[in-house]
Design a protein around this ligand. Structure first.
Ligand SMILES: Cc1cc2nc3c(=O)[nH]c(=O)nc-3n(C[C@H](O)[C@H](O)[C@H](O)COP(=O)(O)OP(=O)(O)OC[C@H]3O[C@@H](n4cnc5c(N)ncnc54)[C@H](O)[C@@H]3O)c2cc1C
Length: 399
């Protein structure tokens, strides 16, 4: 098949690698003039790494990554630890893959580089897909350059503001969650004694929380700071905010958080909107994947990983099904329950991290502390349904 892919982000490039591996020809249309990503970090959990293992790209992905020692839950004020779950020495044995922290640009470089080696003409840069038309036997992507390119399948991996989704289903109506996320990346060498620990740490507090972790072999510190905020800001990777506001939002918090906010060259600010699962994922030979299909709040760090899982399942369904409609029906039936469950789990975590009054803090974090101290296997087990999920060994159910 000739598979057209709108969007050269993490979802689009993984889709291209998966189809290419299974013997198809791919064309990725990316609107930017180079394959690039915003300056921010990403956690890739074992369920995503299993796909990279199967696609033979893990060595490239791991090259500049950081392997965190553990996941931690801490109080934002004072920094006391509530829970520590070891991951570095546990991840492969328990969940079947590494748990990594990556700079987004490093991941895009690794995936784009692998694709270029395997099919040098796969990516067309500076090409925005504006619409599609189709008949019984083919689908045509219409580009903003006026060019039209036909293939057997069009994958909409064009992110949260997807034009493929809009044509398929109509304009979406996202709900503002009342949260904005500050984002910053700072060299660890500039943070001195206040460098964040070598862990994936969630710092909790009243109506706000922060996440810190290290990137690029440990040389960079990444911060995401989520704050409840009435003002409706825009949903954009490039929107920025004022340092005074960020410091005000995290007043009295651990110097680990405040030092990153003080040292960051740029403080990005992304408003968090929520969306319900879509009624349909495909129309004829057009199909959605990743954020275009099931955008989710970042509170389980699974949005990109779900796009990676989607990519593998879609390529395999298309390869093993008799017809395209059969393949897309199988893809949706396998992926929808999983993506919707993760979407709902991420929504629940927002409240868990923002407890304010002492009673709800005690009843929320007390049992978590107890489990971490006395039932470590129970604490690990809470992640099994996400991290141990292996799309590379799913039977071709329904395909
Ligand atoms: C604060 C924050 C933290 C997060 N942390 C994590 C994490 O730790 N782990 C995790 O797994 N997920 C995380 N996520 C979610 C993750 O960022 C997304 O789920 C992921 O980037 C989705 O990938 P995608 O390829 O579907 O879309 P995108 O990354 O949005 O890529 C879409 C691509 O398509 C291109 N494009 C768009 N429209 C067109 C068009 N019409 N034609 C051609 N090209 C087009 C864009 O330029 C872009 O390159 C986080 C999200 C946020 C907001």
């Amino acid at each position: 098949m000739h598979v057209l892919i709108a969007g050269g982000g993490i979802g689009g490039l993984t889709t291209a690698l998966a189809f290419q591996k299974l013997g198809h020809r791919v064309t990725v249309f990316e609107q930017s003039h180079q394959l690039e990503e915003v300056g921010a970090g990403l956690q890739i959990s074992p369920n995503g790494m299993r796909v990279f293992d199967a696609l033979g790209v893990s060595a490239r992905v791991e090259k500049d990554a950081f392997r965190p020692r553990a996941q931690e839950l801490r109080f934002g004020k004072g920094g006391a630890r509530i829970l520590t779950i070891p991951v570095r020495d546990v991840s492969r044995a328990r969940w079947g893959g590494e748990y990594l922290h990556l700079h987004r640009a490093d991941l895009i470089d690794a995936l784009g580089g692998a694709l270029k080696d395997r099919q040098p003409d796969a990516v067309q840069l500076g090409c925005r897909v504006v619409s599609y038309t189709q008949d019984e036997t083919s689908i045509t992507a219409h580009l903003d350059t006026g060019e039209q390119v036909s293939g057997d399948l069009l994958v909409g991996a064009d992110g949260i503001h997807s034009v493929i989704r809009e044509q398929m289903i109509g304009a979406d109506k996202p709900r503002y969650t009342g949260n904005v996320a500050w984002r910053a990346v700072v060299p660890v060498s500039e943070l001195g004694e206040h460098a964040p620990p070598e862990t994936a740490s969630v710092w909790v507090g009243s109506r706000r929380h922060a996440v810190t972790y290290r990137l690029r072999r440990g040389s960079l510190a990444n911060l995401v700071g989520v704050v409840e905020c009435k003002e409706r800001l825009i949903e954009s990777w490039s929107a920025t905010g004022a340092r005074e506001q960020a410091l005000k939002d995290f007043k009295g918090w651990s110097p680990v958080i405040r030092t990153i906010l003080q040292k960051a060259e740029v403080l990005n600010r992304w408003a968090l909107y929520d969306r319900d699962p879509l009624p349909v994922w495909s129309e004829g030979r057009a199909v959605l994947l990743g954020d275009a299909c099931h955008p989710m709040l970042p509170f389980l760090a699974q949005g990109a990983v779900m796009a990676i899982e989607d990519a593998y399942v879609l390529a395999r369904a298309v390869t093993t099904s008799a017809t395209v409609p059969d393949a897309l029906a199988a893809y949706e039936s396998i992926r929808k329950p999983r993506a919707s469950r993760v979407q709902a789990g991420a929504r629940r975590n927002a409240a868990l991290f923002h407890r304010g009054d002492p009673i709800s803090k005690l009843f929320t974090y007390g049992p978590i502390w107890f489990a971490g101290q006395f039932l470590p296997s129970f604490a690990h087990g809470q992640h099994d349904w996400i991290y141990a999920h292996d799309v590379t060994t799913l039977p071709d159910a329904g395909v």
